[in-house]
Design a binder for this molecule. Structure first.
Ligand code: TYM
Length: 335
């Protein structure tokens, strides 16, 4: 079966609805007919200098949310990035193949480093996309399910894979494809519906956190910014009606109902009705999700065992790929 790899950063105490709809639901769907690896990318989270105790806690919480979202460790390999040292090893090889200017053109780096200033920006933040490319190429990955914001990083990964094949011979790396499901690839912020819902909108009222009090989530939906359009027209039209369109996307994704059918039901009735029913639907999704996550978190020893088992299985896939790369690069066999 085609190989899949994807990951999320454990940068917060909770994933948000964009992570869930853009990535996690796709992961759960794809694991049946793919050979899937799902990773908590804790090394990536180090780029923002987290408190050690918080990072440890968030890594477990992220893994618990993968499980609550339907990642099944029987069908997929679920593990933590730092448990498989090969990620960091391959990242070094790829660093030596990545242009300084090329890395500097990554828009996420430009945005984050602009916010933090030159002194607050680490070399790790700069090489972040190289480590991400290593994550992917380490498993001869064919498909990478992500949201829209990862597209440029995926392009860099593909460029690197092609470069390796040119410099070191065909078959050095598998060139991966992004798997981006357009309908849910960019969930927008509820308060600022022209910007993506993002972990970095700290304290923002426009983010739905999967592990927050469902009452708060309901409130966030009810106070979502809708469009300054007096007609109460409900239709899917992201350019003219970004707020309503985002709510329709979320409504459709959490209920499995068709967007246009939902739009027709609320058209002309006032946005309040739509928001109240959507808030109920989101609460109905969050409550059982949180109960499942809680079950995994209540037994950290068992969770750690699942992760250790995943890491052992991931290493078995990773080691031969890394050995092949070392050989192609001309490093002496260790014997
Ligand atoms: P991260 O942790 O920021 O986000 C995790 C996943 O959620 C998607 N996502 C969204 N999808 C829809 N709407 C949104 N508003 C939204 N916000 C985030 C992201 O696109 C992502 O799929 N660099 C990656 C982590 C990573 C990775 C990898 C991913 C490291 N190595 C290898 C794939 C393969 C990141 O920071 O994702």
């Amino acid at each position: 079966a085609p190989r899949i790899f994807s990951g999320m950063q454990p940068t917060d105490g909770s994933l948000h609805l964009g992570n869930y709809l853009g990535a996690l639901t796709q992961w759960a769907k794809l694991q049946d007919d793919h050979d899937a690896l799902y990773c908590v990318v804790d090394l990536h989270a180090l780029t923002v200098g987290p408190d050690p105790a918080a990072l440890r806690e968030r890594t477990r919480r992220t893994a618990a949310q993968y499980l609550a979202g339907g990642v099944d460790p029987e069908r997929s390999i679920l593990f933590v990035q730092s448990h498989v040292a090969e990620h960091a090893e391959l990242a070094w090889l790829l660093s030596c193949q990545t242009g300084f200017g090329e890395a500097g053109r990554m828009t996420q780096f430009k945005d984050k480093s602009a916010k933090q200033g030159a002194e607050g920006t680490t070399v790790g933040l700069f090489t972040y996309p190289v480590l991400m490319a290593a994550d992917i190429l380490l498993y001869d990955t064919a498909l990478v399910p992500v949201g829209e914001d990862q597209r440029q990083h995926l392009e860099l990964t593909r460029d690197l894979a092609e470069r390796l094949n040119t410099r070191f011979g065909a078959g050095t790396a598998v060139v991966p494809e992004a798997h981006i499901v357009k309908a849910v690839a960019k969930i927008q912020d509820l308060q600022e519906p022209t910007a993506k819902m993002s972990k970095s909108n700290a304290g923002g009222k426009g983010v739905i956190w999967l592990l927050e009090d469902p009452k708060k989530a309901a409130k966030a939906i009810k106070s979502a910014v809708t469009d300054a359009d007096e007609s109460y027209g409900v239709r899917f039209d992201p350019a003219a009606k970004p707020g309503i369109s985002n709510l329709l996307t979320i409504f459709s994704a959490v209920t499995g109902r068709d967007k246009d059918e939902i739009a027709a039901e609320y058209d002309g009735r006032g946005y309040g009705y739509l928001k109240v029913d959507l808030a109920d639907a989101v609460v109905a999704f969050l409550e059982p999700f949180q109960a499942r996550a809680q079950t995994y978190l209540s037994d950290p020893a068992q969770l750690d065992k699942v992760l250790a088992d995943g890491a052992a299985r991931a290493r078995e896939v990773a080691r031969p790929v890394l050995d092949r790369m070392y050989d192609r690069f001309g490093l002496l066999p260790r014997g």
